[in-house]
Design a protein around this ligand. Sequence first.
Ligand SMILES: NC(=O)c1ccc[n+]([C@@H]2O[C@H](COP(=O)([O-])OP(=O)(O)OC[C@H]3O[C@@H](n4cnc5c(N)ncnc54)[C@H](O)[C@@H]3O)[C@@H](O)[C@H]2O)c1
Length: 403
Amino acid sequence: MAPLDLWLRCETKEFEHRSMLTPTTAKKLIDSGKFTVTVERDPQRIFKDSEFEEVGCKLVEHNSWPSAPLSSLICGLKELPPNDTTALPHAHIMFAHCYKQQGGWIDVITRWEAGQPTGMLYDLEFLQEENGRRVAAFGYHAGFAGAAVGTLALAKQVGSNGEKERLGETKPYPNEAALIADVKGQLAAVEAKLGRKPRALVIGALGRCGRGAVDFFKEAGFEDDNIAKWDMAETSKGGPFQEILDADVFVNCIYLTSKIPSFIAPESIEAAGDKRNLRVVVDVSCDTTNPNNPIPIYSVNTTFDKPTVDVEGLTVGPPMTVVSIDHLPTLLPREASDAFSNDLLPSLMTLPEAVAEREPRQGKPITAQDVDKAKPERVWKEAEALFWDKLADAQRETKGKSA
Ligand SMILES: NC(=O)c1ccc[n+]([C@@H]2O[C@H](COP(=O)([O-])OP(=O)(O)OC[C@H]3O[C@@H](n4cnc5c(N)ncnc54)[C@H](O)[C@@H]3O)[C@@H](O)[C@H]2O)c1
């Protein structure tokens, strides 16, 4: 089998420094003899172009993937630039955000329909292990970064006169050590102002994001007894919870699937009066516009430009802010990319077999029943079947509208 070319495209979203492939995983792919790796030059990516070149990747022009050979598989993370409806005749691996009927989903998925018989989307969000767990996800670093932003916000607020100051634009850190050093440097002042060690509470602590948040607090020097780690067992009694108001920083990391009692509510915050410690809420889960959001104290997503939004209407106690950034891993692009790409690597190694089976079919759809679950490339075949399934949904929806 000729080596499969993976073409790492540039990311076009502002503030996005992460990369689906890293110099480490690119080297392993090339060393396997099954792949060549082509990398678009990209000043925004956390890894230097030269790091890829040194491990044997071929460098090409920025944003040149539309003219790549059709046999190249285009690799990226985030969505392609909006308002482009041109056909996509390549196979892409990426997060396309069009399978949950998000706004504009039909326009996105039908670009691959227009790219038949060669176009294909392998959506990273839906690559699954046999046990249903995601093959690769950024959750751990989302929780880690969320806890970090929350602690930085706390430091800024308690450190200012009348707690009027707010955390300003927060840029990505070159690595985790630099982030931890920055936070540690600010925690002594927080402790002095509070007159005690700071306390954190993490809900969803057994999940990916939650583990990252807990690890951050440990690495930053929070004492273990001052990091409350809650999951299903602790919330089963039903909120709102006084324990949240007793912590200085609360990080919500749950995977919300249904309506649950709120964890915190404007009335309980007000009732706590000036006995409330809580100053910063980090909603990593970011179910901001979901009517079942168990943190009903804010209504917008914040960004790294202006990471916090004030909880409005408080008449007693210190000011309180919410961090609701939906792209938190961007704070640590190097480590987040390394972890994601490493988790993806074993599956990538089975991709050439999946492509070799798909190409001769020339756009003939498969269903989940057609997938041989015993074969190592199962994960890609299931992703392909899902693509055809979602495309059929889009076709039905379009027909329904025009009928
Ligand atoms: N803000 C960001 O940048 C960002 C990035 C990645 C993921 N996320 C979001 O973070 C959320 C969590 O993702 P994950 O990968 O960690 O999920 P996960 O499935 O690994 O973990 C979720 C955890 O929440 C727990 N949980 C669910 N309901 C609960 C409840 N009512 N009370 C207490 N615990 C509860 C589960 O038991 C589990 O341990 C998702 O909504 C995801 O979309 C946000």
